[in-house]
Design a protein around this ligand. Structure first.
Ligand code: AHR
Length: 496
């Protein structure tokens, strides 16, 4: 089959905020304990941080990590996780039915961020706690000294403030599974007061309002509208969460899920701008897509209630999941003008690109690769592509383009990069690439994820699902022609 993509240097969607390649560590399963933190592990450093895991995270180049939850945060007392470790209480953790030892808390996370070369994105508890505890945590983290909470941090051994810039106002507060879930009006008021006081403590921070926990909540749309109407002036972003699965083993529909994602993002932009119009304000609310991924393999897996760090949500990903993750990232890039923050949920062990065995090694899951390549090469601006592709119908969608693609331009490196997924199960795609306004640019590097069984997985012994080098696209007329393997994710870089 043939397809065509055309971009023009002047047709920019928007600049790509590096924070679009963020991730997430929750106190859940083995994300913290046995994931990033495992004192006594042969590869743990003096703080108990696993250096093999940090190495893999560096490979992904993750600029921000959201913490400490997730559902966990709605019952979390941050004071349990600071100060002398021996004095910290063990707690029944109601979100996930486990025992939280609290041996890892805010300061350990900040130290870990420094070592992992990433920045914290903190969430405050607006479930069982409220605005007062939230502003105290900002003071603890960000205020220099000479106040109750900043002095407590200093007493705990951390003289310099952590200077956390991005703060989530709770988590999924519309979900009945959330501790102290709320109506839109209840949440809007609490979030507004919390954000206001947090910004009074430190005016340099940005805040993220919880959007609906999914676009399939009955209150979706109305929730965003009502909460924004109340909290607009004190928030900077609204959050979106979305996970997909291939429950009915229908690969063509699964691969088309990014169409749903695109629609979701567009709908939330519309609600934000509706409230903006209603308020007659110049202030624009942007989007923080702070939980997204494939999640379904591990659902319902048994674990021992009230145990500590059991195996929870340990999805083992396959090749088709990696293609869906690539399509989701391409879709986020298509909204680079409004999606300024995004977090792959999560980072280690729990629905994650990195998988460890407690006490042993680690490996890169299949979804690691599209994330790594796009995080590494999608820099600068996203260009608005004109795509001409054959389409297919499947059980869940009609008119699904076989080609999912975006082109980015990095002025600093003077590099144009094309990312493309061929969704066809059996036909290769001959892709015409036209780069208008990039005269003299030639392909210098091509690679792809292709040729695996759709259910192929990586393991501790073999990371067989990996990128491979490809032949460079041929020059034809004023453009280039690339061959995209059936079911493939492709990266082609062009330089002058
Ligand atoms: O990422 C796993 C869970 O999914 C998070 O705790 C919650 O916010 C979402 O429902």
């Amino acid at each position: 089959m043939k397809a065509k993509i055309t971009v023009a240097a002047e047709m920019k969607i928007g600049s790509i905020d590096r924070r679009m390649f963020g991730s997430f560590i929750e106190h859940l399963g083995r994300a913290v304990y046995g994931g990033i933190y495992e004192p006594g592990h042969p590869l743990a450093d003096e703080d108990g941080f696993r250096s093999d895991v940090i190495k893999l995270i560096n490979e992904l180049d993750v600029p921000i990590v959201r913490y400490p939850g997730g559902n966990f945060v709605s019952g979390y007392d941050w004071l349990d996780g600071v100060g002398p470790v021996a004095e910290r209480p063990k707690r029944l953790e109601l979100a996930w039915g486990v025992t939280e030892p609290n041996t890892f808390g805010t300061n350990e996370f900040m130290r870990w961020c420094q070592k992992a070369k990433t920045a914290p994105m903190m969430a405050v508890n607006l479930g069982t706690k409220g605005p007062d505890e939230a502003r105290a945590l900002v003071e603890y983290c960000n205020h220099k000294s000479d106040s109750k909470w900043s002095d407590l941090r200093i007493k705990h051994g951390y003289k310099d403030p952590w200077d956390v810039k991005l703060w989530c106002l709770g988590n999924e507060m519309d979900g009945p599974w959330q501790m102290c879930s709320k109506t839109a009006t209840e949440y809007g008021r609490v979030a507004n007061e919390a954000a206001k006081m947090m910004k009074w403590v430190d005016s340099s921070i940005e805040t993220v309002l919880c959007g609906s926990s999914s676009r399939y909540m009955n209150t979706f749309g109305e929730w965003e509208q009502k909460t924004l109407e109340i909290a607009y002036d004190n928030v900077d972003y609204v959050s979106l969460h979305q996970y997909y699965g291939n429950h009915s083993n229908d690969t063509p529909s699964f691969l088309a899920k990014s169409l749903d994602l695109d629609d979701f993002i567009y709908s939330v932009i519309c609600v934000c701008d509706y409230v903006k119009a209603k308020k007659r304000t110049k202030k624009q609310i942007n989007l923080s897509f702070d939980e997204w991924n494939v999640w379904y393999h591990s659902n319902g897996a048994p674990f021992e209630r009230w145990s500590t760090a059991p195996d929870q949500l340990e999805d083992i990903y396959n090749f088709e999941d990696a293609l869906v993750v690539a399509c989701m990232l391409i879709t986020l890039l298509r909204h680079a003008d409004r999606v300024k923050v995004a977090c792959l949920a999560q980072l280690v062990n729990v629905i994650a690109p990195i998988f460890t065995k407690t006490g042993c090694g680690s490996f890169r899951q299949t979804i690691f690769y599209p994330f790594r390549e796009i995080s590494k090469y999608a820099r600068g601006v996203a260009l608005n592509p004109i795509i001409d592709s054959p389409k297919y119908d499947c059980k869940e969608y009609t008119d699904v383009p076989y080609l999912e693609s975006i082109v980015t331009y990095d002025e600093e490196k003077d590099e144009v990069v094309l990312f493309a997924v061929n969704r066809s199960m059996d036909e290769k795609m001959i892709l015409d690439i036209n780069l208008l306004g990039f005269e003299g640019y030639k392909p210098v590097f091509a690679e792809s994820l292709e040729g695996f069984d759709i259910k192929a997985e990586n393991t501790f012994d073999s990371e067989k699902v990996d990128m491979k080098h490809k032949e460079l696209p041929a020059e034809e007329g004023k453009g280039f022609v690339a061959e995209l393997f059936p079911l493939s994710f492709n990266v082609i870089r062009f330089k002058k």
